[in-house]
Design a protein around this ligand. Structure first.
Ligand code: ADP
Ligand code: MG
Length: 251
């Protein structure tokens, strides 16, 4: 029997009586790349907050690989193997991509030892292969401040992967990127999906179409429907929810 990477049952999150999530049910298999879409205020970020332990469910249960997430604090959940990429890149701008990745690979080490001690051969190999994966090998040794917005996003994805999470949570990775960077981000996530379970939240429909296998649509804190991109785009409920918005999500 395979354990679900995520199993969320009847989860409600109330903020002073307002239900940001309302009896939400969601499950995902190990190794899946799942895209979550939904209008503003649908509860997408709150959904990620529940998985990372930032927000505790008011009602319901949430499991990560069989572990009851309600029993763990945020830093413990990170250690269990849940990695989250926030919208704004959090990289050290005065350090190079190589140094940023060195730091992430070596949690226990401090910045001083990372900068002034020679990394072992195994460490170098890991960092070099990460640099290649994120497509920054040719800019490995320039200060991160000189990278484009897209390159900083990839570096942060690399730093997340360096911590060997089983599940990657990625919130709006292509906001503000060029078309070419957007496509490259899609390729990066698809290649990472070969060895990780990934949840991507995104508004850019072109991008969703590029990477999505299974799409979950959230609306008013609950799952409106799930299916392939074609299935959800043609679902009358989804069309109604998006037409009801003044600004469509990809506009
Ligand atoms: P999305 O990411 O889909 O845009 P959110 O999860 O950020 O939606 O928010 C869902 C709803 O919950 C919104 O109406 C938002 O205003 C509300 N909400 C989110 N966090 C809080 C909070 N800490 N206190 C009160 N209301 C909140
Ligand atoms: Mg959000």
């Amino acid at each position: 029997m395979s354990t679900k990477v995520l199993d969320i049952q009847n989860v409600t999150v109330s903020f002073d009586g307002f239900k940001a999530l309302n009896n939400l049910n969601f499950s995902m298999d190990e190794g899946e790349l799942r895209v979550i879409i939904g209008p503003n205020g649908a509860g997408k970020t709150t959904f990620l907050d529940v998985i990372t332990g930032k927000v505790k469910p008011t009602e319901g249960v949430a499991y990560f690989k069989g572990e009851d997430l309600r029993k763990h604090k945020e830093h413990q959940i990170a250690r269990l193997g849940v990695g989250r990429k926030f919208q704004t890149p959090r990289v050290y701008l005065n350090l190079t991509p190589r140094e940023n990745l060195d730091l992430s690979c070596n949690h226990q080490k401090n910045a001083f030892s990372t900068l002034f001690k020679q990394p072992s051969t195994a460490e170098k190999r890991t960092v070099n292969s990460l640099l290649e994966t994120i497509g920054l090998d040719y800019k490995a040794d320039v200060p991160a401040a000189l990278l484009s917005h897209g390159e900083k996003q990839w570096l942060e994805i690399g730093m997340l992967v360096a911590q060997s999470p089983d599940l990657l949570l990625v919130d709006e990775p292509v906001a503000g990127l060029t078309d070419e960077e957007t496509e490259q981000t899609g390729n990066l996530l698809m290649s990472l999906a070969e060895s990780h379970s990934i949840v991507v939240i995104e508004h850019d429909m072109e991008f969703v179409r590029q990477i999505a296998r299974q799409v979950t649509v959230l609306h008013q804190g609950t799952v409106l429907c799930e299916g392939t991109m074609d299935e959800v785009q043609n679902d009358p409920r989804v069309i109604e929810v998006y037409l009801g918005q003044r600004n469509p999500p990809d506009g």
